[in-house]
Design a protein around this ligand. Structure first.
Ligand SMILES: *[C@@H]1O[C@H](CO)[C@@H](O)[C@H](O)[C@H]1NC(C)=O
Ligand SMILES: *[C@@H]1O[C@H](CO)[C@@H](O)[C@H](O)[C@H]1NC(C)=O
Ligand SMILES: *[C@@H]1O[C@H](CO)[C@@H](O)[C@H](O)[C@H]1NC(C)=O
Ligand SMILES: *[C@@H]1O[C@H](CO)[C@@H](O)[C@H](O)[C@H]1NC(C)=O
Ligand SMILES: *[C@@H]1O[C@H](CO)[C@@H](O)[C@H](O)[C@H]1NC(C)=O
Ligand SMILES: *[C@@H]1O[C@H](CO)[C@@H](O)[C@H](O)[C@H]1NC(C)=O
Ligand SMILES: *[C@@H]1O[C@H](CO)[C@@H](O)[C@H](O)[C@H]1NC(C)=O
Length: 571
């Protein structure tokens, strides 16, 4: 009885929905280029100008008379922001501020925990990521001294298992250490008024004294748990590795090479910043000393966008290291979100119909005193946002601005990417010898990801059906039921050619959309990555398509690896 129910349930699921295309992760379209010139991007600019003015700046209930903010949307493909917006709180005039009287792209804000992005990038640029799995006891003598040989602390409630806490655990918030140490450390985000100017922050000795009394929240690598202490330790470990002061490394490895003239490790001149009140009252001038790598830094909207472009372009790191960095380290409780270094990672849906089409964003929020900041990079589309606010900033302002930007920009960018991909790759390709019945046609449609093959014939064989049949080993009578879908995704691989053009490789995914949409414990209709290069012929994969592009940037022909043929573009 039970079995029959399961079987009939199975039948219902099979009949219920058609299968959705399952793209390769993170490779939907070639990155769109020349964005500022695109009509869609220009429309969004105008729309956002009025939406922000009406709904935030001049709206009655937003409290906008008491906060200033700056927003930039940037692309790695453009030096100019795609959009920027600045609002100065009307009440700034009444605050006797020692800072700027009006905010713009060069105005310096405090970053709070967005500093952690600079901290990780400094670490990667100085030392790389090869020691992620090394224990911190190797690099921090004071921590080494806390380890008693022969005592098993692997599950101790009171004593962290220091030898099991790695450099990578600190970077990815997987150390299990507490959030903040008990002495002297200001709780970030609280509007706590420091009792004096540079109030006494912990010395190194005091910091480790605090650490020695600290019990762990969890074992390392059990669950992500945000820890500011972890980032202080990370920087101390780097200082030990390099023998250099952390602030100097930030300056030499990031600020100088990127020309970030409005970015500071310690408090800059008041005249550069937005200071909505007293310079201590707002926390503008509060110096976190030893604990600076976790939240002390300052930057401007334009510099934050420069940083974002440098991350996306991998200007400071080898590209493979950036690709490793822009990946999650662990899941979190929300299935659509994960945790990286120091990123919050989220999957942003790109389709109402398909759970398999999304962009991944790597973001970080920060707040300190009167400052609130949000930063995101979306490598799938080579864009990002920087949002900085100062004053009586409503809780959630920065994230709701980020929500609006992603709701506006993602559909626009996907659309732009489709239009451009269609212009470059769309059309019909044929064998130069008309007697040979070989051709294919490419279109980019709105429903599904990647470039679609609308027909594909090789020497009289209908490859649309044949490729699916080969991948699935179907019987002859199933042949007519197949709904073949062949879609091409960019691989990021290309070679320059001697005539100034290039060869660009795409990967095809062969799918049968007549199959059921299915999501069971282990049975899934989306595991494309497992089948990549599944069909080989003479050591060349059938799913490899290489486009030849001339020096003028126009596609001239396409080659298939396994079929060893070249089809010239005719339309
Ligand atoms: C905002 O407040 C002003 C002054 O109280 C009022 O005249 C105006 O109608 C209000 N605007 C909106 C959109 O509620
Ligand atoms: C600003 O300065 C004026 C003149 O010194 C003073 O009357 C006023 O109270 C000050 N305002 C604030 C917010 O400190
Ligand atoms: C920063 O300042 C240096 C020296 O004045 C200048 O060469 C550089 O262009 C500036 N960087 C930016 C991004 O403006
Ligand atoms: C096409 O197929 C025919 C018949 O199988 C074969 O003789 C011919 O060599 C093939 N042509 C090419 C270009 O592969
Ligand atoms: C080319 O091959 C396809 C697929 O087998 C076939 O439908 C079509 O009629 C052929 N065209 C010519 C001109 O032979
Ligand atoms: C394909 O299926 C047939 C029967 O349907 C079977 O005999 C054959 O071994 C299968 N081939 C592969 C490679 O799985
Ligand atoms: C490239 O393509 C564009 C648009 O189709 C066309 O206007 C241009 O003449 C082409 N250039 C070359 C060198 O083929």
């Amino acid at each position: 009885m039970r079995l029959i129910r399961v079987i009939s349930l199975f039948a219902i699921i099979r009949g219920a929905h058609a299968k959705q295309n399952c793209p390769l992760y993170g490779l939907g379209y070639p990155n769109p280029t020349n964005l500022l010139a695109q009509a869609g991007i220009q429309t969004v600019r105008t729309l956002l100008d009025s939406a922000f003015t009406e709904n935030i700046d001049n709206a009655n209930q937003t409290g906008s008379e008491r906060f200033s903010y700056s927003v930039e949307v940037f692309s790695a493909d453009e030096e100019e922001p795609l959009w920027s917006h600045h609002w100065t709180a009307p009440n700034l005039k009444t605050l006797n501020s020692t800072g700027v009287s009006e905010v713009d792209g060069d105005t310096v804000y405090r970053l709070g925990s967005v500093t952690k992005i600079f901290t990780i990038l400094t670490f990667l640029a100085e030392a790389g990521d090869s020691m992620w799995n090394e224990p911190i006891t190797k690099y921090i003598p004071e921590i080494k001294a806390l380890v008693t040989t022969g005592v098993d602390n692997s599950h101790s409630i009171s004593t962290p298992d220091w030898d099991a806490i790695t450099i990578g655990a600190l970077a990815s918030q997987m150390s299990g250490l507490a959030r903040d140490s008990s002495i002297g450390f200001p709780i970030l985000g609280k509007e706590e008024i420091p009792p004096c100017g540079n109030r006494p922050v912990c010395t190194r000795t005091q910091f480790f004294e605090g650490i020695s009394k600290l019990s762990p929240s969890f074992s390392s690598f059990a669950t992500p748990a945000y820890s500011d202490i972890g980032y202080t330790l990370l920087a101390l470990a780097l200082e030990q590795m390099t023998g250099k002061y952390f602030g100097t490394m930030v300056q030499d490895k990031i600020i100088k090479p990127l020309g970030l003239n409005h970015t500071f490790y310690t408090t800059p001149k008041d005249s550069l910043g937005i200071i909505p009140g007293g310079r201590y009252l707002t926390n503008w001038a509060f110096n976190m000393g030893n604990e600076s790598p976790t939240g002390n830094m300052y930057t401007s909207p334009s510099d934050l966008s420069r940083l974002g472009r440098a991350i996306l372009r991998s200007s400071l790191l080898p590209p493979a290291m950036t690709r490793r960095w822009l990946k999650p380290v662990t899941f979190s409780s929300d299935p659509r979100s994960a945790v990286g270094m120091p990123w919050g990672v989220r999957q942003l849906p790109l389709s109402n119909d398909s759970p398999y089409q999304f962009a991944t964003t790597f973001n970080k929020a920060g707040s300190l005193g009167k400052y609130s900041v949000f930063f995101a990079v979306i490598p799938d589309f080579n864009i990002g946002f920087s949002i900085l606010a100062a004053g009586d900033v409503p809780a959630g302002l920065a994230t709701s601005i980020a929500d609006s930007l992603s709701n506006t920009y993602l559909p626009t960018i996907v659309n732009t990417a489709r239009i451009q991909a269609n212009q470059v790759y769309g059309g019909t390709y044929k064998n130069s010898d008309a007697a040979v019945n070989s051709s294919l046609s490419i279109v980019v449609d709105r429903q599904a990801p990647g470039l679609s093959l609308s027909s594909w014939i090789s020497n009289g064989t209908n490859m649309m059906w044949y490729s699916v049949a080969l991948s699935q080993n179907v019987t002859r009578d199933y042949w007519n039921k197949i709904r073949p879908s062949t879609r091409l995704y960019p691989t990021g691989l290309w070679d320059a050619t001697s005539d100034g053009g290039k060869r660009v490789a795409f990967k095809a995914v062969f799918e049968d959309l007549s199959l059921a949409s299915i999501s069971q414990p282990f049975t899934t209709d989306c595991s494309t990555w497992v089948t990549v290069s599944g069909i080989m012929y003479g050591s060349k994969p059938l799913d490899q398509f290489i486009f030849n592009i001339n020096a003028a940037g126009n596609v001239t022909s396409v080659e298939n690896g396994a079929l060893r043929n070249r089809l010239d573009k005719v339309v």
